[in-house]
Design a protein around this ligand. Structure first.
Ligand code: ACO
Length: 447
């Protein structure tokens, strides 16, 4: 058996197996390899040296859907899915939801630290003064059909912003990056509200700089003929907290899209449009929309047991939307905050009648062997839709609301990726299982 060592192994001295290493024995050749272990990971590239022949490509790891592969080292968000923990830059989500505002949290996520008063005021000023969009964007939106889904409109208009700010291509210039970050966080509520107004045939409402981030968004959504929209403080706070809860969630599908597309050094508008596309899917940000549709389809508390039975017997075909998570194998901490907040919102809006169905569904699912065995608990989307609906948002706006909050996280992850010296253009490998080389057959000779 030959001993093949890497540089860290060599540093430990001959014959000494370093503690922070993984010994791999290739039974095809009898060779043994020591792979350095750092932060609980081995580098997939270290496997490449494991070969059966000198001209062999080398060993790869196979990991469909990235079930166990870290694609980056990040300092932004920490999740412990087994214990139901979520922290942004070290701060527990529960504390941020109670004590912070969305813009303060966005600053934290992007810069790594909570802002001083002066930093906070400057940041809020910058975001507030970038909320307008070019009038041509309105013309562009006019081209959508009356029933266009607002997520499709959002993805398209965010991509279109790329054409308005060509300097955004200078992604290695920190000042240019900062400007686009201001623009994207500031303009996404405007685009989201315009998409809604378009679908209702209502005139677009321009931003109001006197209002808070959440208050301005509610004004652009719901203002009619009044001179100034009177924002209900409880709903304004609920909206802000929902944005905080959605601000980041480490390497989920849309963030991976943001990083992956951004790794080609395209500008952040195009990368963010790709992230919005990923978020649109019913298994990701589209889930809260599906939860509401599911609750409405169930129709009443009495029908919950029959629906749960259908889910269990469907062999994975029918899912309990808003349940389960790739990372959380415990109650999603964001769902807990939202559930607690629901009562405060319903005091203002009146109780959402679907809440009773949701509570019954949660009760039955959390005492059922099928869900317990698979560690399926309510996720962030289970209760958020009920609040959104009570506040007057139509279901197809739900993923759009998610995208508004998540924009700060996408941008923080994108900026971290751009500055990370280890990152390159994202380019996964594949295991090829297709046909061997064969010669072309003319059409008339094919059987
Ligand atoms: N209802 C019923 N069964 C479920 C559900 C569910 N919501 N979620 C998972 N399962 C079952 C699967 O069928 C599978 O069963 P099996 O072991 O008998 O085959 C088992 O639980 C494991 O599920 P996976 O699909 O392997 O879990 P994965 O980590 O790949 O999927 C996901 C996670 C996509 C979130 C899944 O739980 C799901 O589809 N949930 C419903 C959609 C949803 O709420 N998405 C929002 C996620 S949160 C977010 O994106 C913000």
């Amino acid at each position: 058996m030959t001993q093949v060592t890497l540089s860290e192994t060599a540093a430990a001295g001959p014959g000494v197996v370093p503690k922070d290493s993984l010994t791999v024995i290739d039974n095809r050749t009898g060779k043994s390899y020591q792979l350095p272990v750092e932060h609980g990971t081995v580098r997939a590239m270290d496997l490449r040296q494991i070969k059966t022949e000198p001209d062999d490509f080398g060993m790869m790891s196979y990991d469909p859907a990235f079930m166990n592969t870290a694609s980056c080292r990040s300092r932004i968000t920490f999740i412990d899915g087994d214990r139901g923990i979520l922290r942004y830059r070290g701060y527990p989500i529960e504390q941020l939801a109670e004590k912070s505002s969305y813009l303060e949290t966005a600053y934290l996520i992007l810069s790594g630290e909570l802002p001083t008063k002066a930093q906070h005021d400057g940041w809020v000023f910058d975001i507030t003064h970038h909320t307008m969009v070019h009038e041509n964007v309105k013309d562009l939106m006019m081209g959508f059909r009356y029933d266009a889904h607002p997520m499709g409109m959002l993805a398209s208009t965010v991509a279109a912003l790329s054409t308005f700010y060509p300097e955004a291509k200078q992604i290695h210039d920190p000042l240019v990056r900062r400007k686009q970050i201001h623009r994207l966080i500031a303009k996404i509520p405007t685009l989201a509200a315009f998409a809604y107004r378009h679908s209702r045939g209502l005139p677009y409402v321009y931003p109001d700089n006197e209002l808070s981030f959440a208050g301005n968004f509610l004004s652009m959504m719901f203002k009619t003929t009044e001179i100034r929209y009177q924002v209900n403080p409880a709903l304004e706070r609920a909206m802000d907290v929902l944005f905080i809860l959605h601000a980041d969630h480490e390497q989920n599908c849309s963030t991976s899209a943001m990083r992956g597309v951004g790794s080609s050094y395209v500008d952040p508008y195009i990368a963010a449009a790709a992230a919005i596309g990923a978020l649109y899917g019913p298994l990701h940000g589209g889930a809260n929309e599906q939860v509401l549709r599911m609750l409405a389809d169930i129709g009443s508390r009495e029908k919950v047991p029959a629906f749960v039975k259908e889910v269990k017997e469907s062999g994975g075909e029918v899912k309990l939307m808003g349940f389960g998570h790739r990372v959380y194998k415990n109650y999603d901490p964001r769902a807990k905050v939202i559930k607690e907040m629901a009562d405060r919102v319903f005091e203002v809006t009146g109780r959402n009648p679907l809440l009773d169905i949701a509570l019954e569904l949660e009760k039955i699912a959390l005492s059922d062997e099928y869900f317990l065995k698979r560690k399926l608990y309510p996720n962030v989307d289970f209760y958020s839709g009920l609040i959104y609906q009570a506040m007057g948002f139509p279901v197809d706006m739900f993923p759009v609301l998610f995208a508004i909050g998540r924009m700060s996280g996408w941008l923080a992850q994108w900026e971290e990726m751009v500055q990370d010296k280890e990152q390159k253009i994202a380019r996964p490998r594949q295991v090829y299982l297709g046909a061997d080389k064969r010669d072309f057959v003319p059409m008339l000779k094919r059987s």
